[in-house]
Ligand binder design. Sequence first.
Ligand SMILES: [Zn+2]
Length: 325
Amino acid sequence: MKAATKAFAMRALTNGPAYGLMRAYALKSQPTTILCYHTLRPDNQPLDAWVALRESDFLAQVQMLRRYYDIVSLDDGLAPAPKGRRPRAVLTFDDGEVGLFDHLLPIVKAMDLPVTVYVATAHIETQTSFWFDRVMNALQRAGQTQVILEGFGKWDIGPERGKNRWAGIGAVLEAIKTAPTEQRDALADDVVAQAGSETGGFTPLQPMRLAQLQEMASDPRITIGAHSHGHELLDQLSIAEATLSIERSRDLLKAWTGHEICHFAYPNGNYTPQLMEALEKVGFISATILEDRLVQEGAPALAIPRIGVGRYDTLDRLKLRLVGI
Ligand SMILES: [Zn+2]
């Protein structure tokens, strides 16, 4: 189907009477809907990155959600469904990028909006962007950029901005994820060397400063969770290495914020039964993954599904995913 026809069909479906029935059916068993975001940017910043949602899109999503759901904290969302309450939705944000402080925190305050922020601690501690943020920043340069990574592939990024450029950038990121953990930084350096590091017109993806994280953590509407130390894909490490990363992120966040850190999000959503066991031993009460499902009562606490939402998800597309389509 042509993109315009498809968008029209989605608009008709999500705004017609059938959608109300689909929502009622999807929410019949009183599940909780958990969304996974990453960061926000003002609408006027030309950043082609799935992780960077436009502020106005986020606000429209919150408005839509509030019409039908109570947006609650993660703890409330994971508690048994209270009788007679509206369906519950939980908003979570992964990584700890600076847009959370610059753009999400003011929205949290203005709208009295509970959110959870899962922080990978290494980039806060070292103030050095993770490899994936460096790759995304480097590939924003105007015009066409060719990226060649020996043994991984060759990509032409651009020249146009938008969804197509992101498809190319996303392909580079996915290729680098297949490399061993210790090689990813060098591959990102290679991409930066080929693309340059201009960052005109937008705030580069970069970690929050520690004081900014602490300010966010001091807001009672914000729950801080752990997201590993180095944002490693934990299923690719030995369980001993993975446990070290998990514990290090929890211990640093506890020391930085003064809060007990009880919730975890697996980087990239990668999890295994062994990792679930390790998290339980370490003392986490919940851990979230990335799967387009709602959280049903009795779901395993250490593999809780979240629906990932990014810059290229339209409101209508999101509405369909919320009802399992
Ligand atoms: Zn992440």
